[in-house]
Design a protein around this ligand. Structure first.
Ligand code: NYM
Length: 217
């Protein structure tokens, strides 16, 4: 029997911008209302041994230098590639909270070289769709009071300007504006979800073969 492969759909953006809520809503919608095989994952995947090192680093329990932690984030993606490829070929659509774009944007915000950052993730599975949660650079609607590393307003602004570089670099990249047009409030969850569903539908329809491409090649 010939099964069409699933799609790789990535949610990207700053911390606390609503990616997790929206990716869960999408995953439930696809599996429960559309009957589409679907799984949701997140990077970092804190359940693996490498993920546990990353978790300890983010919680400030251990230290790594910036290059080392970048490599660990990348390794954490690579260790999942075989099972992700297998799932896609079985027909599962994978909804993934963060991917290599976060890897590059967060490390570049710390001053690491872009080419070096990207090189570690060359050859990962190429996404069919990247939904970038965008707040508009001027908005103050998000507040950062978290305890994890990186959760400060100042650092998030640096990350945001690094994310910008990807926006026009790929036709799989779609901006989801999470702030209302008056720039004062978050848009309601339903309208964001409806916009996401349209992009996802379009992306699923475009998959015509089982071919899986490689990222940044
Ligand atoms: N992060 C995430 C990175 O710095 N590099 C990466 O490659 C990835 C995938 O980890 N602040 C950062 C972004 C977040 C933090 O992610 C934890 P989350 O989605 O809050 O679990």
């Amino acid at each position: 029997m010939c099964t069409k492969r699933g799609a790789l759909i990535i949610f990207e953006g700053l911390d606390r911008i609503g990616k997790t809520t929206q990716s869960k809503l999408l995953s439930n919608y696809l599996s429960e209302e559309c009957g589409i095989l679907c799984e949701r994952l997140a990077f970092p995947d804190r359940s693996t041994q490498i993920g546990s090192l990353i978790d300890n680093y983010l919680q400030r329990k251990i230290e790594f230098n910036d290059h080392t932690i970048h490599l660990l984030f990348s390794a954490n993606r690579w260790e999942c590639m075989d099972s992700m490829r297998e799932k896609l070929l079985q027909g599962y659509t994978l909804i993934v909270d963060r991917y290599a774009y976060s890897g590059v944007a967060f490390s570049q915000a710390k001053g690491l070289d872009k080419k070096w950052c990207q090189s570690c993730d060359i050859g990962l599975i190429k996404p069919d769709l990247v939904l970038y949660f965008n707040r508009g650079i001027q908005s103050n609607c998000l507040s950062y009071t978290g305890d994890e590393r990186y959760e400060t307003k100042q650092f998030q602004e640096k990350v945001e300007s690094q994310f910008e570089q990807f926006r026009s670099s790929s036709h799989q990249w779609k901006d989801i504006n999470v702030i209302n047009s008056d720039n004062t409030n978050m848009r309601d969850k339903e309208s964001i979800q409806n916009e996401i569903r349209l992009y996802v539908k379009e992306s699923l329809e475009k998959i015509k073969s089982n071919n899986i491409e490689e990222l940044w090649k």
